[in-house]
Design a protein around this ligand. Structure first.
Ligand SMILES: NC(=O)C1=CN([C@@H]2O[C@H](COP(=O)(O)OP(=O)(O)OC[C@H]3O[C@@H](n4cnc5c(N)ncnc54)[C@H](OP(=O)(O)O)[C@@H]3O)[C@@H](O)[C@H]2O)C=CC1
Ligand SMILES: O=C(O)CCC(=O)C(=O)O
Length: 377
């Protein structure tokens, strides 16, 4: 058996649960990392190639993200093995089964991530009453539809530009991944003057130094097509998006996309991490040495979870967007300023900020991570 304690350190993970139900071909893993600040809030990811390790790393990112955003939640993540494009009926059957299997695991709150959406969350809520990121019709703030994370990325970019030698107006923008995060980041940043020159999805990239039409790209995706089908511009391989010359590069797809073997291909000045764990720590060190500024994932991409937490607490969409702006701006400034004055990596500054808050909450516990309070493991 795989040794799951290999992930363990002073913060967690508190629980790792494998869920298996052959009648609906369900295989999933839940990692509840740390719940000292509250129940674990983190998305459900469906992909064919997920793993326990990816789930743990994503859960840890949520512990740090929720603490940095100062919301009363711990961190967790759930991964389901499967192609998210499977027939909807089959997908919902898996999700309902999963929710039912975890109905007593009350220290985890379901939310959307890659491969799941508002509709999926509504089905889980219907099954066990515990999910956020719901559609409007189910009383939620549909965080992907409104672009909560993209909004936060745009605000983080504005602050990071104070540490760069160029302006947003006219800045060349490249985005890898054109889903819920990538398309809204493109929308908000181009509406403030940036020019989208390159974009990729799982099927390919397109590059046009004169600019791409964001609305036309969104229409293509809504029709089930690829950005590769965009008519004007150079069509490139999927991974060629890494080396497109630009001022701002935003990863908004999968983990470890940038690593020690390809970091030298980047041709940019600023990276705003939209995806979770998109750049390995070794590659981030190389970026720092090369003078390329980056804002770490759990600081820049907290918009979605701040929106989810706002919904959970009954706030309006307007209030959620205000909270995202305030928290993401403040954290970006705090992290980049600490990195500059202390001469440390932005990630080190971000981890210091978040871990301090998690450890403070752990001090209030009889044990360190979990609580004995009823209904809260
Ligand atoms: N949704 C949210 O609010 C939040 C999401 N995140 C993180 O952001 C990332 C994206 O999430 P989200 O936008 O919700 O996911 P989606 O599934 O909506 O979109 C993912 C996009 O990435 C593309 N893609 C997948 N693999 C690759 C690849 N190898 N190269 C280029 N593009 C690729 C997909 O292509 P195709 O369209 O062809 O499938 C799709 O356009 C994830 O890491 C997620 O954890 C972080 C915080 C909040
Ligand atoms: O924003 C969401 O969808 C829930 C939180 C999450 O999973 C994330 O921030 O990665």
């Amino acid at each position: 058996m795989e040794d799951m304690f290999r992930f363990a350190d002073e913060l967690g993970p508190f629980k790792i649960i494998h869920i298996y139900e052959p009648s609906v071909d369900l295989r999933a893993i839940l990692v509840v990392d740390n719940i000292a600040r509250g129940p674990a809030l983190g998305g459900v990811r469906m992909a064919p190639d997920v793993s326990a390790e990816e789930c743990f790393r994503l859960a840890r990112a949520m512990t740090l993200k929720n603490a940095a955003a100062d919301i009363p939640f711990g961190g967790g993540k759930l991964v389901i093995y499967g192609d998210p494009r499977m027939p909807q009926e089959k997908k919902i059957q898996k999700l309902r089964t999963l929710a039912s299997a975890l109905r007593y695991t009350k220290e985890y709150i379901f939310a959307p991530d890659m491969g799941t959406d508002e509709f999926c969350m509504a089905c889980i809520k219907d099954e066990i009453g515990r999910a956020v990121g719901l559609p409007c019709g189910a009383g939620g703030i549909p965080l992907d539809e409104v672009g909560a994370t993209g909004w936060g990325l745009a605000k983080s970019t504005e602050v990071a530009l104070q540490y760069c030698d160029f302006e947003l107006n006219g800045a060349r923008l490249v985005i890898q991944g054109f889903g819920a995060v990538g398309m809204h980041a493109a929308r908000f940043l181009t509406s403030s003057g940036a020019v989208l020159v390159g974009v990729a999805d799982s099927r390919g990239s397109v590059y046009n130094p004169d600019g791409l039409d964001v609305d036309a790209l969104i229409r293509l995706k809504n029709e089930g097509k690829s950005v590769h089908d965009y008519p004007e511009g150079r069509k490139l391989d999927r991974d060629a998006v890494i080396s497109i010359p630009c001022d701002i590069w935003i990863p908004a797809a999968r983990p470890d996309i940038i690593n020690e073997s390809n970091v030298h291909l980047l041709n940019t000045k600023l990276i705003i991490e939209g995806a979770n764990i998109p750049i390995t720590e070794g590659a981030e060190k190389l970026l720092y040495e090369a003078g390329i500024l980056y804002v770490p994932d759990f600081i820049a991409n907290a918009g979605g979870v701040i929106c989810a937490a706002s919904e959970y607490q009954g706030a309006t969409r307007h209030a959620a967007f205000e909270a995202i702006e305030e928290k993401v701006r403040n954290n970006t400034a705090q992290v980049l300023e600490a990195a500059k004055t202390k001469g440390i990596l932005p990630r080190e500054a971000a981890v210091q900020l978040a871990v301090e808050r998690v450890k403070q909450a752990m001090e209030y516990r009889r044990w360190s991570i979990f609580s004995s309070a009823p209904d809260f493991s």
